[in-house]
Design a protein around this ligand. Structure first.
Ligand code: SF4
Length: 295
């Protein structure tokens, strides 16, 4: 969000909507923590993920929080980690790439090889993001993300609960129906730390060499991997339920991704059961959705 368009702090309509959605998200997080333990939250340190960080840490919800340090993050992101840890009196669990893999990549492609080709860029993302994510998710029952449906072109498709087939885990997105204005209203009214780059027209923040500010009128995804065609932009962190990599549009908008497969294509058991109030827990179907905790 461009700084000038941030919502007013005294906004009764947003106040009510954000309070209601925050309470519902907190309930959902508590239920996920109870039903899928051990649960982990992959904190990308973007605006949405700072909302979830606040809900989990202030609410003392039993969900571990980790971030991926690719080694190429902007200095402002490291400063945010420092400020957040001070603010909450907690430490983020940080996962790094394997140094042998980074060294091998560097020998083959050089320090900025990701600019040379899509393949070289994806190899870098795999080394610095996908492999550490896979390690961070090992042994977990579910993982939480800050994905929002409005971040993708196909709105209202993102499910609160879905099956991450790539990591063989349940994936929960409690902010599915939040708007960007609601995210920022929550951050500001609750004085949640956020990345200083957001105030400099970086709506989506990834690694420093692969992120730039956007201009007014530009798509919010324009600052991510800006030298590539839109249809190649993904880093592999998020896959659709059918296992296919998500399109770049959502990834680039906020480091997030669209989850929904094309209608009828590759539907997983969890998707097929969502409407009936059933979801998959470690291969078993359990009835959990009638508690009013899902969007
Ligand atoms: S975003 Fe850029 S620097 Fe970061 S892992 Fe991907 S290619 Fe490498």
């Amino acid at each position: 969000m461009i700084r000038e368009s941030l919502p007013d702090l005294a906004n009764p309509e947003l106040d009510e909507a954000v309070a209601r959605k925050a309470a519902r998200a907190a309930t959902l997080l508590r239920n996920i923590a109870r039903d899928y333990a051990p649960v982990v939250f992959a904190n990308s340190l973007g605006a949405e993920d700072m909302v979830l960080t606040d809900l989990i840490w202030r609410g003392e919800i039993d969900i571990a929080i980790f971030s991926l340090d690719t080694g190429r993050l902007p200095v402002e992101t490291y400063e945010l980690i420092h400020r957040a840890e001070k603010h909450y009196g907690r430490k983020l669990d940080v996962f790094f790439p394997r140094h042998e893999a980074v060294e091998a990549y560097s020998r083959t492609h050089g320090s900025h090889g990701f600019y040379d080709s899509v393949e070289a860029r994806k190899a870098c993302c795999h080394t610095r993001k996908v492999e550490p994510l896979s390690r961070a998710l090992t042994g977990r029952g579910a993982w939480v993300t800050g994905l929002r449906a409005a971040q993708s072109a196909t709105r209202n498709k993102l499910k609160v609960i879905s099956q991450d087939t790539a990591n063989n885990l349940v994936k929960a997105s409690p902010l599915t129906d939040w708007s960007e204005a609601e995210v920022w209203y929550y951050l500001r009214t609750n004085r949640v730390p956020y990345n200083a780059l957001h105030d400099r027209n970086y709506p989506s923040i990834g690694c420093a060499p692969c992120t730039r500010a956007i201009q007014p009128g530009e798509d919010v995804r324009a600052g991510r991997w800006w030298w590539e065609n839109a249809d190649t932009k993904e880093c592999g962190l998020h896959r659709r339920p059918d296992g296919a990599l998500v399109r770049a549009s959502a990834e680039a908008m906020a480091g997030k991704a669209e989850l929904e497969a094309p209608p009828g294509a590759g539907r997983s058991r969890i998707e097929e059961t969502q409407d009936s109030g059933l979801h998959l827990v470690h291969g078993r179907l359990e009835r959990v959705a009638q508690r009013g905790d899902r969007s």
